[in-house]
Write a protein that binds this ligand. Structure first.
Ligand SMILES: *Cc1c(COP(=O)(O)O)cnc(C)c1O
Length: 493
């Protein structure tokens, strides 16, 4: 199966390995499979008795046709090993009025692990398949979850080095400690004096600086990214939607072939887009509900067909969804209206910060996608109510989705079962979860973990409970104009 750019100008027909190696297409577009595989009822039934790694590799091999089945199974088995994800990497928990797909059982307690444990393995194979002998230096700017998940995924992976930049005051205490205590010989992390945009802009500048690239090439190094623009990060996410459907059939929650709706807490539009891919492959998914926090650019887009990023950026208690440009939306546009119009919309976005869909394009998107947003107060209330009613503890991002799912149900009155995606352990955002349960409590850092445990009689996930025993390895703070130097230094050692 070949991959093409969403903007259509690049030379067509790269292999999946080439698409994963490159990340971004040369014309600035994102890679998409030229055709969609079909997952019929027989295929889905055949996956039901299998392990998560087996299900995942079966889905992957339909997309990554230049990888062998053995390669994909080996990689998935290592990525989703029990030491890393426990006995069940992506379980579905059933509450009274919804089913919850828990994607945070991996080593960093957020859903990014589902892709970032597997993608580095696909990536090193891609380098081999493409005859690339240089070392890949993966640069990451992070607002929290991606940085730590990428560090865990790439640590000690041969042929790679990984360097992460985070805003020194822009991540939670738990997130900061997770990164500063990271392990691995090929890892570097630094804090930036500035905000997430400064870190992101700095990384983009390094990527587009030809003199840096030349200098690095002398050390036999090239730059690459672990961002969700890379197809290698999206395709492992398709697998968990297929797996969740298998689990719901197996538990008797639904009949084989029964339609369900899915609600996804959304930032960069990667996770919900993976659900859409699964739907295009034949999974019986009816509506996909796009849940946003108060950065509700996607809610407006799905209500009126206008994408407009010209609005203030608002920090929230669900920070991994604080985003004004959802990169993977470009892939949806490509499927709906083709490369030419996608390129025009993206040009308008970069020139004016906004674009308006044609009526026909908007109508197609609305067939599947519905959007709601959740305020900060509603987020906290949802955490409290679900804990009281169900004795089930959710994090702030999942609460945004649970509230949106309830809104959808009250408006559409659909009989279909709802699958709500849970993207982080409540302990990763312990301070705000605790405050939601008991507004008199305002405790930060590792003490919040213990306080949340005793307030709810739930377990602290092992990767977080061990944090206080780990030593801080990375405490350097630099100015944003020192980033390029830091990269050159790390590349040379
Ligand atoms: C990254 C992230 C999201 C947003 O996912 P996208 O694929 O960017 O839409 C939601 N919740 C958590 C906890 C995350 O880390």
């Amino acid at each position: 199966m070949n991959y093409v750019s969403t903007r259509g100008f690049a030379e067509n027909n790269v292999s999946s390995a080439e698409a994963i190696k490159r990340g971004l297409a040369p014309d600035g577009g994102l890679y998409m499979p030229e055709t969609m595989p079909k997952f019929g009822a027989e295929f889905i039934k055949s996956l039901i008795p299998l392990s998560y790694a087996e299900r995942s590799s079966a889905v992957l091999s339909a997309f990554l046709t230049d990888y062998t089945k053995e390669e994909l199974l080996t990689d998935a088995a290592l990525a989703y090993a029990e030491e890393k994800f426990g006995p069940s990497p992506a379980p579905v928990s059933s509450l009274h009025d919804m089913h919850v797909l828990e994607l945070w059982h991996g080593p960093t307690c957020a859903f990014k692990d589902m892709a970032l444990q597997l993608m580095p393995r696909l990536f090193t194979r891609a380098l081999k398949k493409c005859g690339e002998d240089k070392t890949a230096l993966i640069l990451v700017a992070t607002s929290g979850d991606t940085g730590k998940a990428a560090m865990e995924g790439y640590r000690d992976i041969p042929g790679t080095k990984i360097q992460v930049f985070f805003p020194t005051d822009g991540v939670s205490r738990v997130q900061k400690l997770q990164m500063q205590t990271g392990e691995g010989e090929n890892v570097s992390v630094m804090a930036i004096r500035g905000n997430f945009d400064d870190a992101q802009t700095g990384v983009k500048r390094i990527f587009s600086d030809a003199s840096i690239r030349e200098e690095l090439a002398k050390n036999n190094i090239f730059l690459s990214s672990a961002n969700s623009i890379n197809w290698g990060r999206l395709v492992p996410q398709v697998a968990y939607y297929v797996s969740a459907y298998c689990d719901m059939v197996a538990s008797g929650a639904i009949r084989m072939g029964e339609e369900i709706d899915i609600t996804v807490p959304t930032g960069n539009f990667g996770n919900i887009f993976a659900a859409y891919i699964a739907k295009l492959c034949g999974l019986p998914f009816h509506h996909l509900v796009c849940a946003s926090n108060r950065n509700n650019v996607l809610t407006d887009f799905l209500a009126n067909g206008v994408y407009d990023r010209n609005r203030p950026f608002m920090p929230s208690i669900s920070p991994s969804m604080d985003i004004l440009i959802s990169s993977n939306l470009e892939r949806l546009l490509y499927l709906v209206c083709g490369a030419d119009r996608t390129a025009n919309y993206m040009k308008a976005l970069s020139e004016n910060g906004s674009y308006k869909l044609t009526d026909a394009d908007f109508a197609k998107i609305k067939e599947t996608f519905v959007g709601y947003y959740t305020t900060e107060e509603q987020t906290k209330e949802t955490i409290r109510l679900i804990f009281q009613k169900e004795n089930y503890l959710i994090d702030t991002h999942t609460a945004v989705a649970a509230h949106a799912a309830a809104q959808y149900k009250s408006i559409y009155k659909a009989e279909r079962k709802m699958l709500t995606v849970s993207t982080a352990s409540p302990y990763k955002f312990a301070k705000d979860v605790l405050n939601a349960l008991d507004p008199s409590k305002d405790i930060d850092g590792l003490e919040a973990l213990e306080a949340l445990r005793s307030a709810t009689a739930t377990e602290i996930p092992a990767p977080l409970s061990g944090l206080d025993r780990k030593s801080v390895r990375f405490s350097t703070i630099i100015d944003k104009d020192e980033m390029a130097d830091a990269v050159m230094k790390f590349a040379a050692n």
